[in-house]
Design a protein around this ligand. Structure first.
Ligand SMILES: C[S@@+](CC[C@H](N)C(=O)[O-])C[C@H]1O[C@@H](n2cnc3c(N)ncnc32)[C@H](O)[C@@H]1O
Length: 277
């Protein structure tokens, strides 16, 4: 009898950089309508910025801009935005997509753990759509957050959005350990592209390897594109503590129902000094 158990399966993940370099040309296909998502996400994030800092325009760094989903939208509503990301292929596309829409977006390939910008030059740092959880250790998360704090001016604003892995007293997704994420369908001229994910939880119950599938119409059949990476399912409590330890104050969470963003958004002000750990 031939048998197979999910737990037996070894997933070989790429580095985040290889994963997103490979996905850059197809990334917009995870959205039914990427331009509509850009506009919606910018309106939602801009709403949080306005409440905390006033209307602006503000100097914004999107330090995990990918192909520009938030950065292009925020530049489009008038902010002066710089985009950086670990993936050179993604930032190259972000710059080209911004230019194609008549929007100025300087970009740089950079690791959020070593941001190549002078201290105190931004009013807002954005790290959106589950980018920080690609860092798999507490040291890496702290290094990244301290670097984001360094490039923010005094009282500048950090905006961090993550998948809703769990809230106080309820570890939500993390407790349930789902094995997949629901499919997303994107219409294209060739037909519908379907994207879905399989999740393989580590023994620690906090991290998982992700297999990212894209089914692309190919004649009468499908071309299957599979890419692999890893995530740390950080709960709100873990993130709130990490952000406070890295020297941020006035931490608040903005829920999708009130912000209009599709994930919970953490907002925090650059405080006086990081806590010693
Ligand atoms: C889920 S994507 C989100 C991209 C973009 N914010 C968006 O919503 O389209 C996560 C992004 O985080 C970036 N990333 C992962 N690790 C990073 C790191 N150490 N430094 C900078 N960017 C990183 C990836 O390259 C990828 O573009």
């Amino acid at each position: 009898m031939f048998g197979w158990k999910a737990a037996d399966r070894k997933v070989i993940v790429s580095s985040a950089r290889d994963f997103y370099d490979g996905l850059a040309a197809d990334y917009h296909l995870i959205f039914p309508d990427w331009d509509a998502s850009m506009a919606r996400q910018a309106t939602a994030l801009d709403g949080v910025v306005r409440v905390r800092l006033g209307t602006g325009p503000h100097r914004v760094l999107d330090c995990s801009c990918g192909i520009g989903t938030q950065a292009i939208g925020l530049a489009g509503v008038g902010h002066r935005v710089v985009g950086s990301d670990l993936s050179p292929a993604a930032v190259t596309r972000a710059g080209a997509e911004a230019a194609a829409r008549g929007v100025g977006l300087p970009v740089a390939a950079a690791d959020m753990r070593a941001l190549p910008f002078r201290a105190s030059v931004f009013d807002v740092v954005v790290c959106a759509d589950n980018s920080l959880p690609h860092l798999l250790t507490a040291d890496d998360v702290r290094t990244a957050l301290i670097g984001m704090r360094r490039v923010l001016r005094d009282d500048g604003l950090l905006l961090l959005s993550v998948r809703d892995y769990g809230r106080a007293g309820d570890n939500g997704i993390r407790a349930a350990r789902p094995v997949c994420a629901p499919p997303q369908v994107s219409p294209t001229a060739q037909g519908r592209v379907v994207t879905f994910q399989l999740w393989h939880w580590h023994e620690d119950g906090e991290r998982y390897d992700l297999e990212h599938f894209q089914l692309v119409p190919d004649g009468a059949g499908w071309e299957v594109r599979v890419r692999r990476t890893a995530y740390w399912a950080l709960t709100r409590g873990q993130l709130t503590d990490a952000v406070a330890d890295a020297g941020f104050a006035d931490v608040s969470w903005h829920e999708p129902e009130s912000s209009g963003f599709h994930q919970p958004v953490l907002a925090a002000r650059r405080g006086p000094v990081p806590r010693k750990i």
